[in-house]
Design a protein around this ligand. Sequence first.
Ligand SMILES: CC(C)(COP(=O)(O)OP(=O)(O)OC[C@H]1O[C@@H](n2cnc3c(N)ncnc32)[C@H](O)[C@@H]1OP(=O)(O)O)[C@@H](O)C(=O)NCCC(=O)NCCS
Length: 153
Amino acid sequence: MIDACRFEPLGGEEDLQGVLEVEGESFTNPWTREMYAWELQNRAVCHIYVARATDCPVAGFCAFWLVFDEIHINNIALRRKYRGQGMGTALMRHVLREATRLGAHRATLEVRASNEPARRLYERLGFHVAGTRRNYYSNPVEDALILWRDETS
Ligand SMILES: CC(C)(COP(=O)(O)OP(=O)(O)OC[C@H]1O[C@@H](n2cnc3c(N)ncnc32)[C@H](O)[C@@H]1OP(=O)(O)O)[C@@H](O)C(=O)NCCC(=O)NCCS
């Protein structure tokens, strides 16, 4: 499965539709088409990579902002059937490599405190907890952990 998947920058409308479907099955407050349309007006800052499986053109995606030498990872998600098989780790490794190529030296993101799969993925890739935002998430209300990764870690 993972050997066969590949990662590419977001293409056209079909890719965006796939991203919206993944959002819908992954998050209680999914980003909307309008939010993505706004984001995509600035492709110098907003970067989106899609994960393509042999049987699915958009099995998952990762969206981040590149600001100076930092990336802020806004969303990473896979369709349910592709989770727990290493694809999220492979996608995140790809994004970190691309970010380095684009000149980034550090990466940050927020994660729900209870999101074990995501936290394990990030911690294994060298992210560490740098702080907490109380009640940052809604539906359900929950703290966010703020994670950072330096290129040397
Ligand atoms: C988070 C997500 C992208 C991870 O991708 P993935 O392909 O499922 O993860 P991987 O298979 O690469 O595994 C990453 C780690 O999570 C662990 N993991 C995977 N599924 C798990 C589960 N259901 N429960 C607990 N741990 C799990 C793996 O064991 C691995 O940890 P390890 O290396 O210590 O063994 C994916 O699960 C997902 O789309 N989740 C829903 C959306 C989401 O929560 N996004 C993150 C927002 S911050």
